[in-house]
Design a protein around this ligand. Structure first.
Ligand code: BGC
Length: 742
């Protein structure tokens, strides 16, 4: 009972203490009045979310009496119900319930709805916050026109293990970049704010630390210090909460022995307490019931008790709440104040969305139709798709290719692929074959009428057969230039898609060897949902372009880059390992007591004797057709005090002829601290367009706030001392200087 009393107290002090603008006052009053009218069962109904009968994104329990439950007010929200027609039908049923409380419709709009955008990890490679916000805005506009109120995005899990299939959904390994992206995506989804017809409620997930699953195995345990949790894994969530994310989703994993779903520390103490989060928390699919498998709950009754008291407000698909909360309240194990807090949070969002005023606000057939073929949206998709592409290698400047190249061979399983460009967590539409732009189509539109295109598939993603190689080699020999497009099939990265081997799958790398052996200039394109390992290719292919899964406009975007209409500007948001044995490998690690300085300095060092200490491609890496040269760093002062700032500036010269965008990156290292500090931490970046032959100055202002970290008491502080500042083109290729915080 002590535990329950403490929770009730906490709610009064923090969680439900809304600020008091007139609009908020009005909503609060409406919520309070409605709560007074509701029976306990109706309240619990609001905390219950079911999957729709048409599609599922998890293990399904079909109970057959869905409609009668909605009519009885036993369902507050549905997921996976798409389209104006279906959402309207179910909303009509909800409005037959005693209090006529509208349903909330949620769906995984992860990287586009009708217009598909690059996978989130790909978009993160653009480092372009405005473009990411624009892509989320389009996704929200399209989905909200289809009756959807709520997306289960952005996924803001920091991930340092590319074996984990869900890296494709996030923003990579860095908490600073991840936080800015979280904010941009929340702003994009929520647009002008809840209540606007094109706003989609955002959901920051998976709270928390799901990305640190041991060994990269999906759903696995997470064990880490609280300091690490606060320093690395929580910042993007905090940024999402600060940006006003309407909801959070908790996660499948346990954190230090307590499942996130039943974890009071993260949901009540941190999220609703310290961060004063006003939205509601939905469980992950079935994660309340799964606490039984974790060995944390004896049965569903105990799971409901633990989850509700820990701050999970809505039960996605476990049926734990609907079946047990009433008894738990009657027995005094879950206080009515806990229920009222959860239901109040949910109702508040329904009011903010304007659903009580017009439950069919998002169910307008004309608006839905208008989004069906929206050229503006395709332009946004093409724009971010080309910004997401990362040029990894370009020996002898073989790229860009001339549009009058004569004969070009397109080889590989992605060369003519359409749907495969969509990537995991996206929707298939009946007219996909007309909309999804293949590489072949993109190139065809780009080259001159005289240019001849040849094609050979060579092999499929997972093939063990080399039967198609001979044709591929023939085609390559007949061409002036070869574009070889390989990668992961669309279901190889995503939820439940962890892999122990992240090598380029099947015999694709052998196909690359055979084609490169022709001696023709070859650009290898790699489409994938995660960093892959492809050492032979990296060492021997003259040009490599990482193309992720780029969505609807993939072919056009890639052709823009290959033929020089867009100068590639993407930078990796995750380190690419040399091999799986290097994982986890990330740039912002600690120095250790025995750091290796280089690859010939590995004995009695924190290194593998049989592997490089470096990743294949570091965080922040990406080339351009331009040739950027950095000056040394100029500091405005050698030292400063808290309250003051200094600037660190470089000049960047484009020594080439082609104009291009460079992402100038600022890293800082705190040389000595009361706890050890990473060897580098990203603290800023700027994207600058520099014409051929031009020089631009780029400067960063540094204040003591940029030097904060969590100390061993979890206080977010800075400490006086010596720092290094690095500015450069990637986390590895930097200029360096030093300053002191006095
Ligand atoms: C995933 C969530 C997703 C939910 C609903 C779960 O399996 O972990 O990310 O939002 O299903 O589809």
């Amino acid at each position: 009972m002590k535990r329950i009393a403490a929770i009730a107290c906490l709610l009064i002090i923090t969680g439900y203490a809304y600020s008091q603008s007139p609009a908020e006052k009005k909503i609060r009053k409406s919520v309070d009045s409605l709560l007074k009218l509701m029976t306990l069962d109706e309240k619990i109904g609001q905390m219950n979310q079911y999957n729709g009968p048409w599609a599922a994104t998890g293990p399904l329990t079909n109970d057959g009496n869905l409609l009668s439950q909605i009519k009885e007010g036993k369902v507050g929200s549905m997921l996976n119900v798409t389209g104006v027609k279906r959402t309207r039908e179910l909303q009509e049923v909800a409005l037959q319930s005693r209090l006529k409380i509208p349903l909330l419709f949620g769906q995984d709009i992860i990287h586009g709805y009708r217009t598909i955008f690059p996978i989130p990890l790909g978009e993160a490679a653009s480092w372009n916050l405005a473009a990411m916000e624009a892509s989320a805005r389009v996704a929200a506009t399209e989905a909200s026109a289809s009756g959807i109120h709520w997306t289960f995005a952005p996924m803001v899990d920091i991930a340092r293990d590319p074996r984990w299939g869900r890296v494709m959904e996030g923003a990579g390994e860095d908490p600073y970049l991840g936080s800015l992206i979280a904010k941009a995506r929340v702003n994009g989804f929520q647009g002008k704010g809840l209540g606007d017809t094109s706003a989609l409620m955002a959901c920051a997930k998976h709270f928390a630390a799901y990305g640190a699953a041991v060994g990269g195995r999906d759903y696995n345990s997470v064990d880490m210090s609280l300091r690490q949790l606060h320093e690395t894994y929580l910042p993007p969530f905090k940024a999402a909460a600060e940006a006003g994310a309407a909801t959070f989703m908790n996660s499948f994993n346990d954190i230090n022995g307590i499942p996130a779903t039943g974890n009071k520390y993260i949901q009540r103490d941190i999220l609703k307490g310290q961060w004063k989060f006003k939205g509601f928390v939905v469980s992950d699919w079935g994660s309340i019931g799964e606490m039984i498998n974790h060995g944390y709950s004896k049965n569903n009754y105990e799971a409901a008790f633990q989850a509700a008291n820990a701050g999970s407000d809505m039960d996605m698909e476990s049926r734990s709440y609907i079946q047990n909360l009433s008894r738990l309240v009657k027995e005094g194990k879950v206080k009515m104040s806990v229920i009222d807090d959860a239901v109040g949070r949910i109702l508040r969002k329904k009011f903010e969305m304007g659903l009580f005023a017009d439950p069919y606000k998002f169910s307008n057939e004309n608006r839905e139709k208008a989004q069906w073929n929206n050229a503006e949206h395709l332009a946004v998709s093409r724009d971010i798709a080309r910004k997401s592409i990362v040029l990894l290698k370009n020996e002898h400047h073989i790229l860009p290719v001339s549009k009058q190249a004569g004969t070009i061979a397109l080889i590989g399983p992605f060369a003519k692929a359409q749907g495969d460009n969509r990537g995991f967590w996206s929707y298939e539409w009946p007219d996909d074959s007309l909309r999804m732009v293949s590489l072949w189509q993109g190139v065809q539109k780009k080259v001159s009428a005289e240019t001849k295109l040849l094609y050979a598939k060579g092999c499929d993603f997972m093939d063990s057969s080399r039967a198609g190689f001979a044709e591929a080699v023939e085609v390559a020999k007949a061409a002036y230039f070869v574009i070889l497009s390989v990668g992961e099939g669309p279901n190889m990265s995503g939820e439940a898609k962890s892999r122990s081997s992240i090598q380029l799958p099947g015999v694709q790398e052998e196909l690359i060897k055979a084609v490169v052996a022709t001696g023709k200039p070859v650009a290898v394109l790699i489409s994938a949902g995660r960093p892959l390992v492809f050492n032979w290719t990296a060492d021997h292919a003259p040009a490599i372009v990482y193309t992720w899964w780029l969505g609807t406009e993939a072919g056009n975007a890639i052709a823009d880059v290959l033929f020089g209409d867009y100068n590639p500007s993407g930078k990796l948001p995750m380190s690419f390992p040399v091999t799986e044995g290097q994982i986890p490998i990330y740039y912002n690690h600690y120095n250790t007591g025995r750091p290796a300085q280089n690859d010939s300095d590995k004995f009695y060092r924190s290194a593998y004797t049989d592997l490089s200490i470096y990743p294949k491609y570091p965080f922040g890496y990406g080339l351009s057709y331009a040739d950027f040269e950095y000056s040394d760093i100029r500091l405005s002062a050698k030292s400063f005090k808290p309250g003051q700032t200094i600037t660190a500036a470089v000049t960047v010269t484009n020594k080439g002829n082609t104009g291009g965008t460079e992402t100038v990156q600022l890293y800082i290292r705190d040389l000595t601290g009361s706890v050890v500090r990473p060897v580098k931490e990203l603290k800023g970046f700027q994207q600058v367009y520099i014409k051929g032959g031009e020089t631009k100055e780029v400067s960063f202002t540094i204040s003591a706030n940029d030097l904060r970290f969590y100390n061993d008491q979890l206080k977010y502080i800075y400490e006086p001392g010596d720092f290094k500042v690095f500015i450069g083109t990637s986390s590895r290729d930097v200029k360096e200087a030093g300053f002191e915080l006095r």
